[in-house]
Write a protein that binds this ligand. Sequence first.
Ligand SMILES: [Zn+2]
Length: 283
Amino acid sequence: MVATLRALLVLVAVLSLTAVILFLLVVGRDIEAFEGKLPKLGEPAPAVDEFFLDKTMKFADQQRGSRVTTDDESYVPLAPAPQGSGLPAGHWCAANTIGYRIDFTGADLSGISREAEVRRWESVFDQWSQASDGQYTFEYRGTATFPMSDDSDGLIANNSLIHNEIAISYATSTHKAQPEWNAYRLPALDDKLGIGGIIPVSWSELSGHSGQITRGMLVIDVDDVPLMGRGTPAPYVHEAGHALGLAHTANEKQVMFAGAGMNATIGAGDRTGITYLGGLGCS
Ligand SMILES: [Zn+2]
């Protein structure tokens, strides 16, 4: 009886230690954004819309971290318009369904279930659609092969991205023995669970895409997927938020907080942000 009890205590101690190590591995990691570089405003700004101007100024303040906002105001666009231009922040056109395609190469190499991942992404985009009050709708368009960028700061090579779609891929920052892994090592993933972003946004009227986001991308670190548990992991939701045009907020109650925990969910500020972006219309 005593021996059984002792064995049970040892088991509990080992399990607790394992849980603590897993917690430290996950919580200690950062999730980071790929910020689209801001192009210069090449064309004269149209008549200033006061609402947009106010929002633009507020975004700029938030980005400098000089303004404390309430929970439901806490969001930052990934591509704010040139300051004072009165133009809308970078946003997807909500009139079009946004497609997403998944490159499973990295997932396959590490034995992660494709079916489970598709279900996760469906849940992720359902959550963002609901958060936008149904303005944004999404559609899984199947698989693709997206080459990783050679640039350690980059993600997926820009020229492989498909118009009006978000490209999803899996990569690793650690060495894998198989030669196939060479193309799926991404230095930018060091100490990060994932990375997400958009291609640079143009506000030039000549381009016909004033402030419009036309391509997004995100990469999940396969080494971390087994640690993310069941359901819809916060890093997936967070990285999708970047691909939808949201940057980090300093407010820790939002899923777009840079250090959002594994159990973080879309918060009031995240909802305000995606609803706002969805309402900016199409060019
Ligand atoms: Zn991030």
